[in-house]
Design a protein around this ligand. Structure first.
Ligand SMILES: Nc1nc2c(ncn2[C@@H]2O[C@H](COP(=O)(O)OP(=O)(O)OP(=O)(O)O)[C@@H](O)[C@H]2O)c(=O)[nH]1
Ligand SMILES: [Mg+2]
Length: 204
């Protein structure tokens, strides 16, 4: 069964930065072999993320102008089915738009296709507490159901803030495995082992 990893998280939280390291972990030195395929969902009509990913040698399909969990739900299923049929990748990494609800994307995909799927949400440690206060419902729905949560940009916060972010996240999702990273630096391979290990997570 194909392993699909949905990377979610609010705008600018570090999804693409982390994705590049994740893809490298999965693909090794040969990104051209299509072992890993990447789908980008952009809400606007311009993307620079896909160009950055392509420049690293990966195959990337960009879906514009609609959110993967609602308006272009049907297209997502068609794209994933086509990728599997045409390229037979071992892994598909799906970068959700910053306003998507990744758990809904997962449910839609699992209903439509025979795939294993996990949700990994990335949060910006520096902005999390303000965001959680200002947009509580949106944020709750966004990290709801995540199997793994990566607290990113820990290089920008102090220890007290870090503890507050961890406690806040537990109130939103108390089942996810929470790991702290700084995607601007090298992310240890054990982080990706855990994310991939959750592909078959029964807790969802
Ligand atoms: N200081 C710091 N900056 C980071 C880190 N990770 C990512 N960034 C920066 O945060 C900004 C946003 O990163 P992206 O990876 O583009 O975030 P994204 O979630 O893909 O953004 P969208 O796709 O637009 O929602 C970029 O300027 C990154 O260089 C980190 O660990 N530390
Ligand atoms: Mg991005």
């Amino acid at each position: 069964m194909k392993k699909t990893i949905i990377l979610g998280g609010f705008l600018g939280s570090g999804k693409t930065t982390a994705l590049l390291q994740f893809a490298h972990y999965l693909a090794g030195e040969n990104p051209q072999e299509n072992k890993v395929m990447i789908i980008e969902n952009e809400i606007g009509e311009v993307s620079i993320d896909d160009k950055m990913i392509q420049s690293e040698g990966y195959s990337v399909k960009t879906m514009f102008s609609g959110c993967a969990c609602c308006t272009i739900k049907g297209q997502v299923e068609i794209h994933v089915r086509d990728l599997i049929k045409n390229y037979d990748p071992e892994y598909i990494i799906f970068e959700a738009s910053g306003v998507a609800f990744p758990d809904i994307i997962r449910r839609n995909l699992i209903e439509a296709l025979d795939i294993d799927c996990t949700v990994c949400c990335i949060v910006d440690a520096k902005r999390w507490l303000r965001l959680a206060a200002a947009m509580e419902t949106m944020i709750r729905d966004q990290i709801n159901g995540a199997d793994t949560i990566l607290i990113n940009k820990t290089d920008l916060i102090d220890e007290i803030t870090h503890i507050n972010v961890q406690n806040s996240l537990k109130r939103f999702n108390d089942t996810a495995e929470v790991i702290s990273i700084s995607a601007a630096k090298t992310i240890h391979h054990s982080v990706w082992e855990k994310v991939v290990g959750n592909v078959n997570c029964l807790a969802r």
